[in-house]
Design a protein around this ligand. Structure first.
Ligand code: MN3
Length: 244
């Protein structure tokens, strides 16, 4: 009867393989089919661009770290897995994919909608955050908020209502569509791009975005958000949306 050591010598089974294919009655179990390594592309998690604690005390460092390094990374990993066998989809940008989900084979569509949306929404979100010292909208976006939404105070009131009103997980959005700004909300990781709207500003109201600091009090997180909006970045997005 072969000992474990003999088997290791004879067939070169690694310790890692043994961990998942233990010896049975002194003989090596039939080797499992090789598991291909998880795809590492084509999509990648962008760097946060600032320190995890840059938004303290409004958004805490631990939330930022877990949110970016774990949650966003999981959307990217799942998206890469979902497109692994879809070369035509894999070569598109995530924004292109979300703008026309009908091009995605139906069997993969829900997974790509959820994880592609998660990737695109978070990529956008990180760039829209910066401590702003009671900052207000700037530039063309400020003028459009005045014209289309009745000014900053009305914007804040209605955006807050949209964010606190999301039932379950989702996002509040400031979007540009057909020449006009509007406030909306979407469930899950659905992207405004999928309904022809250009996202200008978004707020993640999934519990993972605020629970460590604010627990169940989403309204406090939403109120804090106004202290960390990067209005310059939002204005840049708005200018690009207007120029098409
Ligand atoms: Mn999130």
């Amino acid at each position: 009867m072969l000992t474990r050591r003999d088997v290791l010598k004879t067939v070169g089974v690694t310790a890692a393989t043994l961990a998942v294919a233990p010896l049975v009655r002194g003989q090596a179990a039939a080797p499992a089919a090789a598991v291909p390594p998880a795809p590492t592309g084509p999509f990648t998690v962008p760097a946060l661009g600032y320190a995890y604690d840059a938004l303290e005390p409004y958004i805490d460092a631990q939330t930022m770290q877990i949110h970016h390094d774990k949650h966003h990374a999981a959307y990217v990993a799942n998206l890469n897995a979902a497109v692994a066998d879809l070369p035509a989809v894999a070569k598109m940008s995530v924004e292109q994919i979300l703008a026309d989900l009908s091009k995605v084979p139906e069997a993969a569509r829900t997974k790509i909608r959820n994880n592609g949306g998660g990737h695109a929404n978070h990529t956008l979100f990180w760039t829209l955050l910066k401590k702003n010292a009671n900052g207000k909208p700037v530039g063309e976006l400020a003028a459009a908020i005045d014209k289309d939404l009745g000014g900053y105070d009305a914007f804040q009131k209605n955006f807050t209502a949209a964010a606190t009103g999301v039932f379950g997980s989702g996002w509040a959005w400031l979007v540009y569509e057909k020449g006009k700004l509007q406030i909306t909300s979407l469930p899950n990781q659905d992207s405004p791009l999928s309904s022809g709207q250009a996202p200008v500003l978004g707020l993640d109201v999934w519990e993972h975005a605020y629970y460590l600091k604010y627990q169940n009090v989403r309204a406090s997180y939403v109120a804090a958000f106004y202290n960390v909006i990067n209005w310059e970045a939002a204005n840049e997005r708005f200018r690009k949306a207007v120029s098409g």
